[in-house]
Ligand binder design. Structure first.
Ligand code: NAI
Ligand SMILES: O=C(O)C1=N[C@H](C(=O)O)C[C@H](O)C1
Length: 233
């Protein structure tokens, strides 16, 4: 496959090295939005850039009929616009707040646990995420996905960083040196606690998941998720 990388930072570099091992070619490394791009040479694009750049990169790909895998977090105010653009252009698009297999299994576990806890009023739930100090957005995209699933299944109405209000799910965002990404969900009562936790040991799982999604999407049309790629349900 001929792959274009939007963003050639920590994730872009890891995806490039993995892609070469899987016999793909990196035809473009785009690290700023004013670069000229020959879309006719690209089979699929992968965006790991930054929150302020992601939507424009996605838009350029969809308007140029190039399937796009988006891993950048912190741009979701524009998600519905991306869906509309994809449908208007008969394109192909996947966004995932986290591409790793482990976190996608963790999402399912979180959903299942939230359903079980829905009517147990003695428990209060909270979320914590820990990431490296270079991270631009807080809370993490993964924490938001976890929170949305808990809100869908319980009496919590919304989430907020460090919330203390009733029915508002608190998310604590901690920044520590080089941590690749740790997420935990805790249900606490006065008699006990239940905690589920995912710890990324490095960025390889994110990169492998994004590349798997890129291999999967070529030749397809529509807006998809990692559930489609991984056949989770
Ligand atoms: N969905 C997932 O599984 C994961 C998502 N991420 C997200 O991916 C994004 C990137 O993460 P990292 O690679 O760690 O960040 P990074 O800061 O190491 O790299 C981002 C790169 O994007 C470049 N960039 C800036 N403006 C750009 C533009 N207009 N077009 C293209 N590139 C541009 C920067 O120069 C930088 O090289 C973040 O939003 C992060 O939260 C990170 C890891 C996993
Ligand atoms: O910025 C990161 O590094 C990560 N970002 C994603 C997020 O915001 O959830 C995924 C992963 O946790 C690493």
């Amino acid at each position: 496959m001929r792959i274009a990388l939007f963003g050639y930072g920590k994730m872009g570099k890891m995806i490039a090295s993995l892609a070469l091992k899987r016999n793909h070619t990196i035809v473009a490394k785009i690290d700023a939005d004013d670069t000229e791009i020959d879309f006719s040479t690209i089979d699929v694009a992968i965006d790991f850039s930054q929150p302020s750049a992601a939507f424009n990169n996605i838009k350029r790909c969809l308007e140029n009929h190039t399937p796009i895998i988006s891993g950048t977090t912190g741009w979701l105010d524009h998600y519905e616009d991306a869906v509309i653009l994809c449908n208007e252009n008969n394109g192909a698009f996947i966004y995932a707040s986290n591409f790793s297999l482990g976190v996608n299994l963790f999402f399912e576990l979180n959903d299942y646990l939230a359903k079980m806890m829905a009517n147990l009023r003695d428990y209060h739930v909270s979320l914590e995420e820990i990431h490296h100090t270079q991270k631009l957005d807080a809370p993490s995209g993964t924490a938001i996905t976890l929170a949305e699933s808990i809100i869908k299944n319980t009496s919590y109405k919304s989430w907020e960083l460090d919330a203390t209000k009733e029915h508002v799910l608190p998310i604590k965002a901690i920044r520590e040196a080089t941590v690749p990404g740790t997420h935990s969900v805790t249900y606490e009562s006065h008699v006990d606690s239940i905690e589920i936790k995912h710890t990324a040991h490095n960025r390889e799982g994110f990169a492998l998941g994004a590349l798997t999604a890129a291999e999967w999407i070529v030749g397809k049309h529509g807006v998809f998720s990692m559930k489609d790629v991984l056949h989770i349900d």
